[in-house]
Design a protein around this ligand. Structure first.
Ligand SMILES: NC(=O)c1ccc[n+]([C@@H]2O[C@H](COP(=O)([O-])OP(=O)(O)OC[C@H]3O[C@@H](n4cnc5c(N)ncnc54)[C@H](O)[C@@H]3O)[C@@H](O)[C@H]2O)c1
Length: 226
């Protein structure tokens, strides 16, 4: 779906970013290698993008890492890396982008949290921080014409999930998903496109579940009539 945006794909993995850019087959797509946990690099990259394109209307921050580690077993190094990438990375990118958006009086910031940011889950502390950060941005940036929203994906078939979800994870997860399947990256992307659109201008501070109903569910019977 071509909505006319000029796109810059940022990733630590430049091969992956280049591949994604190639798939879009568009001269208006550029890929840049940046570690979102490095504030100086992020600022330089965002300033460079604005210098190249003249302005920045939309930021979708979906860089992230995940570890399956219990509270008691998480090491200080793992803790720091998770917070640095998932939470501080969201902050650095959003702040650097918002500084330019403020000049234009317009902006759409979409961050990636998780259903675990709303309902919690093992090893997923940073996601709760992204929810709080999203609401703070919504409040503080509203007068500048900038909205701040987040997506809360449940289980989406991405490379991260291929690495982290074992057979048992999948079985337990699906038991809690009314739609009884994992989501696709496209289904998450469409939700981001909606929140990033001009038409979503009256939605801010919202965390939108992309979760097949996971957040709505409690006890569910699958194979018998209730
Ligand atoms: N897939 C899911 O089911 C799911 C569920 C809940 C939340 N999320 C969150 O959604 C976001 C996207 O996840 P995904 O499933 O697409 O993961 P993914 O691993 O498939 O993609 C994440 C991307 O982030 C990049 N990245 C990692 N560290 C980086 C860094 N320091 N700087 C720049 N880029 C970096 C990786 O190279 C990768 O391309 C993440 O924040 C993730 O935690 C995903």
């Amino acid at each position: 779906m071509d909505l006319g945006a000029k796109i810059v794909i940022i990733d630590l993995n430049i091969e992956g970013a280049n591949e994604a850019a190639l798939k879009l087959c568009d001269a208006n797509v550029m890929a840049i290698q940046v570690d979102v946990s490095d504030p100086a690099d992020v600022t330089e990259m965002i300033d460079g993008v604005v210098a190249e394109y003249g302005k920045l209307d939309i930021l979708v921050h979906s860089a992230g890492i995940g570890i399956e580690r219990s509270f008691l077993e998480t090491t200080p190094e793992e803790w720091r890396r998770l917070i640095d990438v998932d939470l501080s990375g969201t902050f650095y990118c959003a702040q650097a982008a918002a500084r330019h958006m403020v000049e234009n009086g317009y902006g759409r910031i979409v961050s990636l949290s998780s259903t675990a940011g709303l309902r919690r889950g093992t090893g997923r502390t940073a996601y709760g921080g992204v929810v709080t950060l999203t609401k703070v941005m919504a409040v503080e940036l509203a007068s500048h014409g900038i909205t701040g929203n987040a997506l809360a994906p449940g289980a989406i078939e991405t490379e991260l999930v291929a690495r982290m979800h074992f057979e048992e994870t999948r079985r337990v997860y699906r038991a809690g998903i009314p739609l009884d399947r994992y989501g696709t990256p496209d289904e998450t992307a469409f939700a981001a496109v909606f929140l990033a659109s001009e038409q979503a201008g009256y939605i801010t501070g919202h965390v939108l579940g992309v979760d097949g109903g996971f957040l709505a569910a409690g006890i569910m019977y699958r194979n018998r009539e209730v």
